[in-house]
Design a protein around this ligand. Structure first.
Ligand code: BG6
Length: 480
């Protein structure tokens, strides 16, 4: 990847929840990489804030260790220089302790970003205190991590609460999938080429499969995951975003509101999903670890670690082309992709018996980011016109001829926060629309009293998921 690094303006970034898992595993390493690449100017500072009593040196040591443990850490000298940009404030999110100290640390003439890397229960106390301590300047942004609500009501309440303290232009609701390079590439593939767009509709596309398969389990996140499940944890946000970017109309410009207006239209056009178009599963125990129920510590849990659904979009472009979504934990492989299967040509000049495979465009989000287009060609050699499908396979890393690792989604997103670019963040109405579609799906399966099906770890999920497509005469792509 050819990196073109444009330094951002000086900033103070206050990271609430700085000693938590997300901060240490994702946010701070992302900042360290941007620093190592020269994107942070001299006046860029990061202030960790959390409840634990410690001084800045102890915090720097803690972050230094976390950075060393990440994949592809920056060179040691750059890490050391990055740590010098960190400070720490012990702060009580629900009380007054520490707020004056934080206030004294902030400079008046630079961009301010407050990053809520905390449990959702702390969003409101933090927002209130930022306001009460007069820390919100016109150049302030707040970054809100997921989960953004648990259902429509709670998301609306959260939006209303945030609107009391900040303008919409100051609120950055993160969905880290939007920061993934290849997710952004989806927009480039669609809107920077003439090739696909004329065919990008129900007339030429038979169906779309969106898969986000994970090989890992729930691990130590049971307390959050139980009651959330794959629908709330992955479909309402990440898969929904992938669906929107695949299905939306071309925005007139690549800017925040133009993009989000188009995504919102897609969400509003989604059909309700009947319980018999949903398959939910729970992984059992295996070599890779204990069962979901054991990890949740709740033998009666109804939470799903796998979900597959058939989704229809009622608009002119897509009516009649189903989108099949699936995501799950402890599956055979970690693979995320969008596969667009085209319809057959209207007539075969090669006769009834010619072996035929559909054209499929696969956009691989991870791993081995790239694109693969399956096309029919003549099989070489004598013996008449025999057809064969082959892949025009492109790995972005190879095509771009560079072995620079693809930046983590958080790197791009945090720099966009500082730049004030909301294009890759969700607007309040978009999140609410996503919940408005999600809630009835969950309510319908709850009412139908359908329990999740067991599946063996290391597989593609419950067998019933295969049946969901089979009855439409289709097949899932392999998870491998
Ligand atoms: C998070 C979910 O938002 O995304 C996790 O809460 C999930 O459950 C993760 O594992 C997947 O992200 P990625 O970037 O590893 O595909």
């Amino acid at each position: 990847m050819v990196a073109r690094v444009i330094p951002v303006s000086p900033f103070d970034l206050v990271l609430f929840g700085a000693t938590g898992d997300l901060a240490l595993r994702k946010v701070l390493p992302a900042l360290a990489h941007r620093f190592a690449d020269g994107q942070m100017p001299k006046g860029a500072r990061i202030i960790g804030a959390a409840r634990s009593e410690m001084d800045s040196d102890t915090f720097r040591a803690m972050v230094g260790k976390a950075l060393a443990d990440t994949p592809n850490p920056a060179p040691p000298a750059r890490r050391k220089a990055f740590l010098a940009r960190l400070d720490y404030v012990t702060l009580d999110a629900r009380g007054d302790a520490g707020w004056q100290v934080l206030r004294d640390q902030l400079r008046g003439d630079v961009i301010r970003a407050f990053y809520f890397s905390v449990a959702p229960g702390l969003f409101e106390p933090l927002a209130e205190r930022l306001d009460r301590w007069a820390l919100v300047t016109p150049d302030t942004r707040v970054v809100v991590e997921k989960p953004f609500g648990h259902d429509l009501d709670s998301a609306q309440a959260l939006n209303t609460m945030l609107a009391r303290h900040f303008t919409e232009a100051q609120i950055y609701r993160i969905d880290h999938y939007l920061g993934k390079e290849t997710v952004q590439n989806l927009m480039a593939v669609r809107f920077a080429n003439i090739l696909f767009e004329p065919l990008w509709n129900a007339r030429f596309i038979d169906h779309v499969q969106i898969t986000v398969a994970e090989s890992g389990g729930v691990g130590g996140r049971g307390a959050y995951y139980d009651g959330a499940g794959a629908m709330r944890d992955m479909v309402q946000n990440h898969l929904m975003q992938l669906l929107c970017l695949t299905a939306m109309e071309p925005p007139h410009r690549f800017d925040a509101d133009a993009m989000r207006d188009e995504k919102l239209k897609v969400i509003r056009a989604l059909d309700p999903v009947a319980p018999d178009r949903v398959v939910r599963g729970q992984y059992g125990a295996g070599e890779s670890g204990p069962s979901l129920l054991d990890e949740l510590g709740n033998p009666g849990s109804d939470t799903e670690s796998y979900i597959a659904l058939k989704v229809g979009i009622s608009n002119w472009r897509w009516k009649g082309t189903p989108f099949y979504l699936r995501t799950g934990k402890r599956l055979a492989a970690r693979v995320s992709e969008i596969a667009v299967t085209f319809r057959d040509p209207p007539h075969s000049i090669f006769g009834e018996n010619a072996r035929w495979r559909e054209n499929v465009l696969v956009i691989r989000l991870q791993p081995d980011e790239g694109m693969d287009l399956r096309v029919m060609i003549k099989e070489p050699g004598p013996g008449g016109m025999r057809l064969k499908d082959v892949a025009l396979d492109m790995s972005f890393a190879e095509a771009l001829g560079d072995d620079t690792p693809i930046p983590d989604a958080y790197e791009r997103l945090i720099m966009d926060v500082i730049r004030g670019n909301q294009t890759l963040f969700m607007r309040g109405d978009e999140v609410e629309a996503a919940w408005a579609w999600t809630d009835p799906v969950i309510a319908a399966w709850a009412q139908a009293g359908k329990r999740p099906l067991a599946y063996a770890p290391g597989t593609a999920g419950p067998d019933a998921a295969a049946a969901l497509l089979k009855r439409d005469g289709r097949r899932w792509r392999e998870v491998k």
